[in-house]
Design a binder for this molecule. Structure first.
Ligand code: ADP
Ligand code: ASP
Ligand code: MG
Length: 439
């Protein structure tokens, strides 16, 4: 039996948090491979070490003095080392970092030091071996993750080890330069390690007792999700669920390894299970609600659009030529709408419109901005009739104007467009009708 345990920044922000993590790991022998993030916030207004590193490197990159900022970062680690009474020093590491910052080793290198150093501390604290992720996690020249090489090298390395600490968030290019995943990427490292060792479980320890039906900043104390499928979570993560990095699902999904989201501050809570498939009914018809603001809808009308072969392609080509990706694409008989990110689209709006005119010759183009998209996701929706109708009526009761509603082909996803202004209220109305009234 082996488990991979990943701990997020808030779980490792102080010596006190480290002690909680230590007792979690020591409680089960199977918790053999540990993936730490960089120290996060100790309190609400605090700064994450990763953000401190970006800011510090920014000074270095512009040839400014960064010593005081680097010293502040060092103190974050010393506070932990001293609090845990560890017999270790990071003096040499910080000298190397200072030198590399002066030589402009890059933003990714800078950010990665948060996890690198925390991994060093964690390894000493636990008495585990330390593995520099730059030696086992690899990226292709184009910046994409090299899954094949990584899995080969990493599984070979870990095969003979009883336990190890593998810092999250970074790896390296073939030439050794450090590269990070996008923000929150330690979740991906945990998943990669779980795959490499064929783990029984990937435990992802954070500061909430599982995944909640919706963002706790919008709904106070939302219900917890007990079990969610990879597919459901993928849809929700893409639409703004921020508990787990959206790409963290892929490596474990291939192996069918379940992810268990747990709370470092309440370790006896069972958390949320993320699994391949489940016969377990979800508590409610819907599993989760997620959403994002800041979209534009480009609405294109043309009589007999459906019978014109290549119409959709021509429209999309206008976006592609201007380097704009689309988010969502609902269509009717004689209309199609392209949802794009407002901040990407605004500068190029007129270029795109004229390209559509030129290539697709529509009857009419309408653009609406300041829209939000909300995804209502649930495997239970397949067998429950009238879900869309219930959403309609809940939103109508709340006096919210629905700009668009579209059911994905998977039948477990309904996407709704509303104005940015109505976003929070729409989520509240949907939560109430499917969750609150069913308790
Ligand atoms: P970590 O540092 O452990 O990786 P994150 O900050 O990345 O933790 O993710 C956990 C946070 O995600 C929670 O503290 C919570 O505020 C936020 N969050 C947003 N949406 C949800 C949700 N639906 N369920 C649970 N947490 C959520
Ligand atoms: N420390 C990194 C970040 O803040 C990675 C992570 O926390 O997963 O984005
Ligand atoms: Mg995270």
């Amino acid at each position: 039996m082996a488990k991979v345990v990943k701990f997020g920044g808030s779980s490792l922000a102080s010596a006190e948090q480290f002690e909680k993590v230590g007792s979690i790991i020591r409680a089960e022998e199977e918790r053999r491979f540990v993936v730490p993030s960089a120290p996060g916030k100790r309190y609400k207004e605090d700064t994450k070490v990763t953000d401190m590193l970006y800011a510090c490197y920014d000074l270095a990159e512009h040839g400014k003095d960064f010593k005081a900022q680097l010293e502040e970062i060092k103190q974050r680690y010393e506070e932990i080392i001293n609090g845990l009474k560890l017999n270790m020093s990071l003096d040499e590491e910080f000298k190397t970092i200072e030198k590399n910052f002066k030589e402009k080793a890059g933003k990714d290198y800078a950010a990665s030091r948060g996890e690198f150093l925390n991994g060093k501390v964690m390894a000493v604290y636990l008495g585990f071996d330390f593995i520099d992720s730059a030696t086992v996690i690899f990226f292709n020249d184009d910046g994409s993750f090299d899954a094949e090489k990584t899995n080969k090298v990493l599984s070979k390395k870990l095969e003979k080890m009883d336990n190890a600490v593998i810092p999250g968030f970074y790896g390296s290019y073939a030439d050794g330069r450090v590269k990070t995943f996008s923000r929150g990427g330690s979740d991906i490292t945990g998943s990669i390690v779980a795959k490499a060792i064929h783990a029984d479980v990937y435990e992802n320890w954070t500061d909430v007792s599982g995944i909640l039906v919706t963002d706790p900043r919008i709904i106070e104390n939302p219900q917890k999700i007990d079990t969610i499928t990879y597919l459901e979570l993928r849809e929700l993560a893409y639409m703004g669920f921020s508990v787990l990095h959206e790409d963290a699902i892929f490596p474990v999904r291939q192996e069918g390894i379940p992810i268990n989201i747990r709370n470092t501050n309440a370790p006896s809570d069972s958390g949320t299970w993320i699994v391949g498939s489940t016969g377990q009914k979800s508590k409610f018809i819907i599993t989760g609600i997620a959403g994002k603001k800041g979209f534009c809808a480009v609405n294109i009308e043309k009589d007999m659009m459906n019978s014109e072969i290549g119409f959709g392609r021509k429209v999309l080509q206008a976006f592609e030529e201007n380097d704009i990706s689309f988010e969502h694409l609902p269509s009717g008989i004689d209309t199609m709408t392209v949802f794009v990110h407002q901040d990407e689209f605004m500068d190029k709006e007129q270029k795109v419109v004229s390209a559509i005119q030129r290539m697709a010759k529509p009857d009419k183009i309408d653009i609406e901005s300041d829209l939000a998209l909300i995804a209502v996701v649930g495997r239970g929706m397949k067998s429950a009739r009238g879900t869309a109708a219930r959403i309609f009526s809940a939103l109508a009761h709340a006096h919210i104007n629905i700009k668009m509603i579209d059911q994905g082909s998977s039948e477990m996803n309904i996407i709704i467009g509303v104005t940015n202004e109505d976003f929070e209220n729409a989520i509240k109305a949907i939560y109430n009708i499917f969750v609150e009234t069913c308790l």
